[in-house]
Write a protein that binds this ligand. Structure first.
Ligand code: SAH
Length: 310
């Protein structure tokens, strides 16, 4: 239940983030015993680079505390979508926080939004939708892979989010989002290999007053096909975006101190040689990196106008 509201202490069954270092973060279930391969109940012991943790020892402990491992220590944190994205079990490729922040902004997601998502995949993006739409909104998420549907539903339930989401097993390109959703959605998000086939179905599912659509494409050819389909279906303001995370390079540099007197009186080349300023000063500088790693994909976003204006 640990995603649904802020909590003070860890209860049995909570999903807990075990934070060792920035790159060493795990999600664990706070259950004292688990079954081994023979089906026998044994103590739940979680192994890390800094030794083992007896999981029963964290039940009743306050979130944010430091807990002992056999060869070190870690923090136990309450999960949020950002930490879950870092630690979730991957059943598919997933979307990450930089792209997701742009998706939420572009889709104008807010408390009360009715959102359609396909495919559900590993539920990485779904957790952000669920945080943003509560307490009055709803997420309808679709995947054509039965086991992923089941696992996602189980996860949402165990995270205390079950009442805000329905996971449906369906091929949305073939069969759409279902007549019960006609005219219901404020926003539609697609992360599919052939998203253009789902776009006519998305139009049917969107509200009469219109709404926003976003489709994630790993390559430019796919986003091109999405743009064509969006135009055909009456969408406007079609924009293709790529989110690139730029980390500024911060360095201490020796910078020459400019001698304004020298600049003013400089006349000949020989002056330059004899009077070149030698004084330098240390500054902390920041500059853009020369290359940017990390293409994930393109986000194609568009607006569906109100029905009377289509
Ligand atoms: N955005 C998700 C990852 C989605 S991966 C996340 O952040 O976790 C893409 C998913 O789309 C896969 O699970 C795949 O099964 C599903 N999918 C592909 N084609 C589909 C279709 N036609 N209908 C429904 N789901 C589909």
């Amino acid at each position: 239940m640990s995603f649904s509201q802020p909590k003070t202490t860890i209860d049995e069954g909570d999903t807990v983030i075990l934070y060792l270092t920035v790159t060493n973060v795990y999600a664990i279930e706070a259950v004292p015993q688990i079954k081994n391969k023979k089906g026998e109940l044994i103590d739940n012991v979680f192994q890390t680079n800094f030794g083992a943790l007896k999981v029963k020892d964290i039940i009743g402990v306050q979130y944010g505390s430091k807990v002992d491992l056999t060869k070190g220590w870690a923090y136990v944190l309450q999960p949020n979508p950002e930490l879950w994205t870092q630690t979730l079990p991957h059943r598919t490729q997933i979307l990450y926080t930089p792209d997701i922040s742009m998706i939420l902004y572009q889709l104008e997601i807010r408390p009360g939004s009715i959102v359609i998502e396909s495919g559900t995949g590993s539920g990485s993006l779904s957790h952000y939708f669920l945080r943003a739409i509560r307490p009055h909104g709803f997420l309808h998420t679709f995947d054509f892979h039965e086991e992923r549907v089941q696992k996602a539903q189980e996860e949402f339930e165990s995270h205390g989010l079950g009442e805000f989401v329905k996971v449906t097993h369906r091929d949305v390109c073939e069969n759409g989002f279902g007549a019960d959703l006609d005219g219901k959605a404020d926003a539609v998000f697609l992360d599919l290999p052939v998203p253009q086939l789902a776009i006519p179905h998305a139009v049917k599912a969107m509200k009469e007053q219109g709404g926003r659509l976003c489709s994630f494409s790993p390559c430019i050819e796919q986003s091109g096909r999405v743009c064509e389909a969006l135009e055909q279906q009456g969408f406007v303001d079609i924009v293709n975006l790529e989110v690139l995370q730029l980390e500024e390079v911060v360095r201490v540099k020796n910078v020459p101190v400019m001698n304004l007197e020298f600049v003013k009186h400089k006349k000949t080349e020989s002056d330059k040689e004899t009077k070149t300023p030698k004084e330098t000063k240390k500054y902390v500088t920041s500059s853009a990196p020369s290359s940017v790693a990390g293409h994930t994909g393109f986000l194609t976003v568009a607006e569906l106008p109100p029905l009377f204006a289509r």
